[in-house]
Design a protein around this ligand. Structure first.
Ligand code: COA
Length: 148
């Protein structure tokens, strides 16, 4: 398994994984939304803020982050590669690009939502603490904060 920065040439394989996990993400319901997301991913790739995990050159994990906002923006692992510490390794790599003095923020599902069980357990395991309740794409979400 390789953890590396995603490049423009990875976009089709990256979007294959996004298509597999899109039900887990509010805001990716329509073809137009997926097309817009593709352009967003390309922008993150250009800025060196897109991380992927590759197994035999197939993308099995994706992560987008913002070093300016110290924010994890998107995280997904291929269903057949979960619980193998792929996401944990991508987050560790992301942290090497972040300001070590600033807290790291991510938003995810609120408690009680079945889709959020894995993500909430994952962030807690990595040391993120539950933060503010807010909304994203019209859906109720909660911030998780990694204190520095
Ligand atoms: C959340 C997600 C990214 C985790 O990816 P992953 O590669 O399976 O996570 P890791 O293997 O690195 O998990 C590290 C630790 O987090 C915890 N964890 C991860 N998934 C868990 C789950 N489903 N239930 C309970 N704990 C979990 C465990 O403690 C795990 O360590 P362990 O397997 O040794 O017990 C993955 O489940 C996913 O892509 N889900 C769908 C999309 C999603 O929810 N994205 C986040 C939205 S913000």
């Amino acid at each position: 398994m390789k953890i590396e920065l995603g490049r423009a040439g990875d976009i089709d394989d990256w979007m294959r994984l996004v298509d597999q996990v899109k039900e887990s993400f509010p805001g990716l319901e329509t073809k137009a939304a997926l097309e817009e997301h593709r352009n967003t991913v390309l922008e993150f790739m250009r800025e060196g803020s897109a991380i992927c995990a590759k197994s035999e050159d197939m993308i099995v994990g994706t992560l987008l982050f913002s070093p300016e906002r110290n924010m994890l923006c998107f995280l997904a692992v291929d269903a057949t590669y979960r619980r193998q510490h792929v996401a944990e390794r991508m987050v560790s790599y992301m942290l090497t690009f972040m300001d070590p003095q600033k807290d790291v923020v991510v938003t995810t599902y609120r408690e009680g939502v079945p889709e959020g069980i894995a993500a909430r357990a994952f962030y807690k395991r990595l040391g993120f603490a539950e933060g503010q309740l807010c909304e994203e794409f019209g859906s109720p979400v909660q911030q998780f904060v990694l204190k520095r």
